[in-house]
Design a protein around this ligand. Structure first.
Ligand code: NDP
Ligand code: OXD
Length: 313
């Protein structure tokens, strides 16, 4: 079978490196040139333009440049072809680093020390063991499980919440709607690693934050969101921080990105902001896997890391 051509349609970061690497083995057309081109078989996309995918009459598979695929489901004319998401060791490693970094910073009172340093205050606050703190991971999937196992090795108590029951040794697991409140009530530091779907949109709201465990050695509950911005209500987080429902937050994702300069989150003293940078998609690692998958697909083999269209992730 002839090697299918690729349409590369990315918004928000430079397509050049992806193009170079993918063209090592296949012809690559950059959007907008390839739109409506009948010779295009694969689309490699990140936040592609609406209805672009439906304009490709011979499209056989869609490859997301990221682990999240909400940008693909946002397309009103999404054709019924397989969608492949990113599952990659280096992306998982980056996310684990981000989660562990933020959990340790909150646990070891990074904010307090930064404030003390500014005022030249020499004061040692009480320390508590990691085992007294429970980190609750919302979304115990590829990224959540990897972060959970490193947190366990550091001695934290770890809870996990998923859509279906996902047992994991050493982790107290909860699932579905019925498991949500018990999971929150047992959690001091909430780490959000959910995909954005119709079921999860807006899930991080004031009511949910109110359920987090209050009695803990941290002096309050903490939120870390590295999943998607539209999982959260930015205004509810500000409210929760201001009335003490939350002690601190680390946010990598926001309802609107880039985070508008007018957002109170930028200058909130209890918020640590990163610009959707928790785990970057590195073309050096990901493009060869996509090419390998396309070859396998053309030999009649099954694609790996397929998105469940019904579940939306
Ligand atoms: P996975 O698909 O492997 O895991 C998703 C997890 O969320 C699963 O445990 C799933 O449950 C759970 N889940 C989904 N829907 C629900 C629901 N309605 N209720 C409860 N749990 C639910 O995804 P990844 O771990 O690979 O990635 C997670 C997300 O991280 C991505 O979708 C993306 O949005 C985000 N991300 C952010 C990055 C960044 O830089 N900030 C970088 C990379 C990813 P179940 O196990 O039952 O299926
Ligand atoms: C992803 C992301 O989904 O970078 O991979 O957000």
């Amino acid at each position: 079978m002839e090697k299918g051509r690729i349409l590369l349609a990315v918004t928000g970061f430079h397509p050049q490196r992806w193009r170079e690497l993918l063209s090592a083995e296949r012809e690559v057309v950059l959007e907008p040139d390839g739109a409506m081109d009948p010779s295009i078989t694969y689309a490699v996309v990140w936040k592609q333009k609406p209805n672009l995918l439906s304009s490709l009459p011979n499209l056989r598979a869609i490859f997301s440049i990221g682990a999240g695929v909400d940008h693909i489901f946002a397309d009103p004319g999404l054709p019924d072809v397989p969608i492949v998401k990113v599952v990659a060791d280096n992306l998982t490693q980056y996310m684990t680093e981000y989660v562990v970094w933020r959990v340790l910073d909150h646990h070891r009172q990074g904010l307090l020390y930064r404030q003390q340093q500014q005022k030249k205050i020499w004061h040692e606050p009480p320390q508590r063991p990691a085992g007294d703190i429970s980190v609750g991971i919302m979304g115990l999937g590829n990224l959540g499980r990897a972060a959970a196992s490193v947190l366990l090795s550091l001695g934290f108590a770890v809870n996990g919440w998923s859509r279906t029951e996902r047992p994991m040794q050493g982790v107290a697991t909860y699932s579905g709607e019925a498991g949500l409140i018990p999971f929150l009530k047992a959690t001091d530091i909430l780490v959000v690693l959910l995909p954005l779907t119709p079921d999860t949109q807006g899930i991080i709201n004031y009511g949910v934050l109110k359920e987090l465990r209050k009695r803990n050695g941290l002096g309050g509950s903490v939120l870390i969101n590295a999943g998607r911005g539209r999982l959260q209500k930015d205004a509810d987080i500000v409210r929760a921080l201001d009335d003490g429902t939350l002690k601190e937050a680390s946010l990598d994702v926001f309802e609107v990105e880039p985070l508008p300069k007018t957002s109170p989150l930028w200058s909130h003293p209890k918020v640590f902001v990163t610009p959707h940078a928790a785990a970057t998609s590195d073309p050096m690692h990901l493009a060869p896997t996509m090419l390998r998958q396309m070859d396998a697909f053309e030999r009649g083999e099954r694609l790996e890391n397929l998105v469940d269209r019904k579940a939306g992730y």
